[in-house]
Design a protein around this ligand. Structure first.
Ligand code: CMP
Length: 138
């Protein structure tokens, strides 16, 4: 069935001028863009987005990094969107990412790993709602 996922191009990839190439890969893989913008998180708002990781040793660095520059959040639609998108982006650590994945091509490190992808339908809905009102989703 057609469903939605949430993604954001992270500051490393957005800063390097790779947003266009990444969006092109996403569209060529069959995802329809439902919502898209360029914005920047404060460290507090990054902390809220990643609250699920608040006990992890990398949490503070992650919040600093994710607020260090512009990001490009998007809601995407496709059959089997969550699972297929995670295949397209590749493993969290780019050292383990398959050839041809977005992270293999563009990620710098396990933290600056170019792009986010929701891990469940439920989180896709929550994360999309963090950035976009329903009146911004078409
Ligand atoms: P993502 O899986 O999109 O969401 C959690 C993020 O935390 C992850 O991408 C990385 O950016 C970061 N992250 C995950 N694991 C580590 C780690 N071991 N060290 C540093 N950053 C990490």
């Amino acid at each position: 069935p057609t469903n939605r996922t949430f993604t954001m191009i992270k500051p490393d990839a957005a800063q390097d001028g790779n947003s266009g190439s990444i969006i092109k890969m996403i569209e060529e893989a069959g995802f329809r863009i439902v919502a898209l913008k360029r914005t920047q998180l404060t460290v507090e708002r990054a902390g809220e987005f990643y609250a699920v990781h608040s006990e992890r040793p990398f949490y503070n660095d992650l919040c600093q990094y994710m607020s260090s520059g512009p990001i490009v959040p998007m809601i995407l639609e496709k059959e089997n969107a969550v699972a297929d998108f995670r295949i397209l982006i590749g493993a969290t650590n780019p050292a383990n990412a398959d050839e041809g994945t977005i992270r293999k091509l563009f990620a710098k490190s396990i933290e600056a790993n170019a792009i986010h992808g929701s891990d469940s339908d439920e989180n896709a809905e929550i994360e999309g709602g963090f950035f976009f009102a329903h009146t911004e989703q078409f």
